[in-house]
Design a protein around this ligand. Structure first.
Ligand code: FES
Length: 104
């Protein structure tokens, strides 16, 4: 079950299956769909942990407003995965605090 249209990503499309890295594991999603949609299809619900209380967060608004879905993408922290299209070869990591592996 995947979304077929998105209010923010204009040319949202379910492209061909591509591989990307999720926390070091090779997984698949459709190019052009949001990273969050690809992760949700895999059963991933936790995208980040909060800085002070280490509480899990995942997709909340799905339109790029709340930042609950931010992850480290291609080494860049705070990428809103609900509005970032998936591309082949991307590296996607759970974000801890302000960056991957931070834990603070
Ligand atoms: S879920 Fe709110 S910004 Fe992505």
């Amino acid at each position: 079950m995947r979304i077929v249209a998105h209010p923010i990503i204009e040319d949202y499309q379910k492209g061909p299956l591509v591989q990307f890295l999720y926390n070091g594991e090779t997984v698949e999603g459709h190019a052009g769909e949001s990273i969050a949609a690809a992760l949700r299809a895999m059963g991933v619900r936790i995208h980040r942990y909060t800085t002070k209380q280490h509480k899990p967060r995942g997709v909340f608004c799905a339109i790029g407003r709340c930042t609950d879905c931010v992850m480290v993408v291609n080494g860049v922290s705070n990428v809103r995965t609900c509005i970032t299209p998936l591309e082949a070869g991307m590296t996607v990591q759970t974000q801890f605090g302000l960056k991957a592996g931070d834990g603070k």
